[in-house]
Design a protein around this ligand. Structure first.
Ligand SMILES: [Zn+2]
Length: 254
């Protein structure tokens, strides 16, 4: 399913690139449609992986495992779970629109891949404060394969080398933060994918993505404090800020 979505998005990205000026608008519309189409699967994955460390995945029945309607109640058993009604759909449509507007060939499949995993990871981290290996590792593997494919398509050996260094730098920074600060190792396993992806656009985009992540986390933490939803020193999920920061950097890079 994911594979098919990625392939379809790749084809449409070529189409909108050839269309020229209206490409951004068409891209945003196609991205929104792809996001909405994928959202039942993304919602099911978000519900499934939103479990504390070491606990079995949340699976009510086979139908709920594979896809869930926007309400979040399983079509098989009627059980409710996962993110609030409509939230995954909103996030998937929003991320899809942004990625669709920003995507250009040959990097579009990487953005779509990261966007699909990113939506799920954001909701799982917000729910249970962790980014499971079962999501971050396939994201990293797919990102690596798709980036290399994109680089070879355009004969961009130098760009690929920058992606590698940026991925390593992001991984090293978040790895150090996981060791020294109250930052999770899940963040450190998500970091190389985002760093490598940002590396495609250049070092200033890598730096911007890093900076935006911390800026958004600070804003989110501040908003929670003001709303009285968390005490001083309470931890916040950093994954959503990292992901949104990277998306923001990609959007401002193109
Ligand atoms: Zn069910």
């Amino acid at each position: 399913m994911l594979q098919r979505v990625v392939e379809a998005a790749g084809r449409t990205a070529v189409g909108s690139a050839q269309a020229g000026g209206g490409g951004t608008m068409i891209g945003a519309l196609i991205g929104t449609a792809v996001g909405l189409a994928a959202s039942p699967v993304l919602r099911a994955a978000a519900a499934r992986y939103s479990v504390p460390y070491g606990e079995p995945l949340q699976v009510c029945c086979p139908r709920g495992r594979y896809r869930l309607p926007p309400s979040g109640s399983c079509p098989g058993c009627g059980q409710r779970g996962g993110p609030r009604a409509g939230l995954v759909e909103l996030a998937a449509a929003g991320a899809g629109a942004a990625i669709g507007a920003a995507a250009h060939w040959p990097v579009a499949p990487v953005l779509v891949w990261a966007g699909l995993f990113g939506v799920v990871l954001g909701f799982v981290d917000a729910a249970v404060f962790r980014l499971p290996d079962a999501l971050t590792l396939p994201l990293a593997a797919g990102t690596a394969v798709l980036l290399v494919t994109a680089g070879l398509t355009e004969h961009q050996g130098g760009v690929l080398l920058r992606c590698l260094y940026a991925g390593l730098a992001f991984g090293a920074c978040y790895g150090a933060l996981a060791l020294l600060a109250p930052m999770g190792f899940g963040d450190a396993k998500l970091a190389p994918s985002l760093g490598a992806l940002l590396g495609w656009y250049g070092w200033h985009t890598v730096l911007a993505g890093f900076f935006y992540g911390f800026l958004l986390a600070a804003l989110w933490g501040g908003a929670l404090l003001l709303a009285g939803r968390s005490g001083r020193g309470a931890s916040i999920a950093f994954g959503p800020a990292m992901l949104l920061g990277a998306l923001l950097a990609v959007l401002t890079a193109v």
